[in-house]
Design a protein around this ligand. Structure first.
Ligand SMILES: Cc1cc2nc3c(=O)[nH]c(=O)nc-3n(C[C@H](O)[C@H](O)[C@H](O)COP(=O)(O)OP(=O)(O)OC[C@H]3O[C@@H](n4cnc5c(N)ncnc54)[C@H](O)[C@@H]3O)c2cc1C
Length: 502
């Protein structure tokens, strides 16, 4: 069986490695960070664990595609999860009219809730939600169906800009805005983000989100253990610094520690721009390099982390979204230091043995990379004092808004610290600290994502820049990548067969 080296031990690299190792491939995963996991990684302050990039999980409830995949891999009993509140999966608060919406999960509940809030839009709301589900039903990939449909062979709405799609069904401006509240979960831009991305993310969460109990690292460790049990290796703390390509074949991978890895097949589970930095091979011509290096990335985030004083702040079993006003949700890429943050999402992640009170909170405010571009030449741990001051000021801006939502908030906090788009860039080696990789654009979809196949015959791509990002999109793409190596439809059929018997 093939020897496979995977560059990047994040969500995509580990899922691809797990699938290939189960197929009998001899897998080696190389991760630059000491701790593996990428978006699954958990870091600790004062003994409290914080997830870095995996707070809201879709598709992992029984019957969901990620549940089926994890069940097939035998890792479902190695991870502990919790449903968010069924009657309120998300809470959206607008400061401008002091209105809070408590959105229930489940297609019919979701429709009924908004029909009750906006009775004059009842017909449009049903038609909108039916269209969301209809669009997603056309995506075989999402339902683990081994068909070969292409993004261009869908209904016209599929590639409409998502904001126009919402406006097509809904007349009320406020409701248009509210129904777009999940934008930060996929980096939606007005006139650009394709409807199918909006539909996938919405359907995923309307069907019922989950969260990790304890931390997200448990999933990375479960995947690593599986790869190792199948005879593979997962090596952290050794970045790949160069790859050698000859005659459109990748010959070897070189790491910072001076190790050389040779395999039959290779998978790049990193941003395509990061891959291009590893080689000057003519296999990737100048035009391709320009395209990748100039392609817009999704926006980034300023993340505030809070450790609460004991028994000071209640545990909230769902995500909360905050917005100053209506009309901003498609414009999060615009930053103004006077008004920052105009909106954010916050959550109290779940601990083992979670009680009534929260020990921590994560607050994510969308922020374009350009805001901290002046420190782009600096790296983590070596940033100037001016940057630290800027960060502190922005923490205070976020806390000011939290005070409006939860009076006395500052007094409940024992420790508050933050990460910026620069942190995300350096931590994941993700250009511009993009939350979701390349920004998908309905005006130019072919140019805003990459294929599983590359110009190098034995090099494949996986991760959030192929198909869809996130906890659902990346593992599903891992199936595509693994199948490109071991044979089309082989793995999907096994996953479905296994779950059918289960
Ligand atoms: C702040 C934040 C919050 C998020 N919240 C959610 C959420 O709640 N739900 C959700 O579904 N998605 C969320 N996401 C998105 C999700 O984390 C990503 O879509 C997902 O992790 C992408 O998987 P990936 O494998 O493509 O990349 P990653 O998980 O980033 O993995 C890439 C890995 O490659 C490694 N690497 C890079 N270069 C090299 C090199 N040269 N050599 C070796 N290793 C290298 C990196 O260190 C990293 O570990 C969030 C992202 C961020 C940043």
């Amino acid at each position: 069986m093939d020897k496979v080296v995977i560059i990047g031990g994040g969500l995509g690299g580990l899922f691809t490695g797990a699938l290939l190792s189960k197929e009998g491939c001899k897998v080696t995963v190389l991760e630059k960070n000491q701790q593996i996991g990428g978006g699954l990684q958990t870091f600790y302050r004062k003994g409290i664990g914080f997830e870095t990039g995996m707070h809201l999980l879709g598709g992992i409830r029984k019957g969901g595609s990620i549940y089926k995949l994890c069940n097939y891999l035998g890792i479902m009993d190695k991870i502990t999860l919790r449903d968010v509140d069924h009657d309120c999966m998300d809470q959206i608060t607008y400061l401008s009219d002091s209105k809070t919406y408590r959105v229930p999960e489940g297609k019919e509940n979701f429709i009924a809730y908004f029909q009750q809030e906006f009775p004059e839009e009842a017909e449009g709301i049903r038609a909108y939600v039916e269209a969301l589900y209809g669009i997603v039903d056309e995506i075989d990939f999402f339902y683990l169906r081994s068909e070969d449909t292409h993004v261009y062979s869908h209904r016209e709405e599929f590639m409409w800009p998502a904001d126009k799609f919402v406006a097509h069904y809904i007349r009320n401006q406020k409701l248009r805005d509210i129904l777009s509240y999940m934008n930060p979960m996929f980096g939606g831009y007005e006139d650009h983000t394709p409807t199918y991305i909006h539909a996938l993310i919405n359907v995923l969460y309307i069907n019922g989100p989950s969260r990790f109990v304890g931390n997200s690292q448990q999933m990375a460790e479960a995947l690593k253990n599986l790869i190792e049990a199948n005879g593979g290796k997962v090596i952290g703390g050794d970045p790949v610094v160069r790859i050698n390509i000859e005659d459109r074949m990748l010959k070897a991978v070189y790491t910072q520690r001076g190790e050389v890895y040779v395999a039959d097949k290779y998978v790049a589970a990193i941003h395509p721009a990061a891959l291009l930095e590893l080689t000057d091979s003519k296999a990737f011509p100048k035009a391709y390099r320009n395209r990748i290096n100039e392609a817009p990335n999704s926006y980034s985030s300023f993340c505030v982390y809070v450790i609460f004083k004991p028994e000071a702040f209640p545990y909230i079993n769902h995500t909360c979204y905050y917005q100053d006003n209506y009309g901003m949700v498609w414009h999060y890429d615009k930053y103004d230091s006077n008004t920052f943050p105009r909106g954010f999402m916050y959550m109290t992640p779940c601990e083992n043995g979670q009680g009534t009170y929260a020990s921590k909170m994560i607050i994510n405010s969308i922020m374009p990379f350009s805001v901290c571009e002046k420190w782009a030449d600096t790296t983590t741990g070596h940033r100037p004092k001016e940057y630290e001051t800027w960060k502190r000021e922005h923490i205070e801006k976020v806390l000011d808004k939290m005070e409006l939502l939860h009076p006395g908030f500052r007094n409940k906090c024992e420790m508050v610290f933050a990460s910026s788009p620069l942190t995300i860039r350096d931590f994941y080696n993700e250009p511009e600290g993009a939350l979701y990789g390349l920004h998908k654009d309905c005006n130019n979809i072919a140019e805003s994502q990459v294929s599983v196949y590359t110009k190098v015959h034995n090099l494949y791509m996986t991760g959030q820049n192929v198909n869809l990002h996130g906890f659902c999109g990346v593992p599903l793409t891992a199936i595509n990548t693994a199948e490109a190596i071991v044979g089309l439809h082989t793995i999907v059929d096994k996953i479905n067969g296994y779950n059918h018997e289960d």
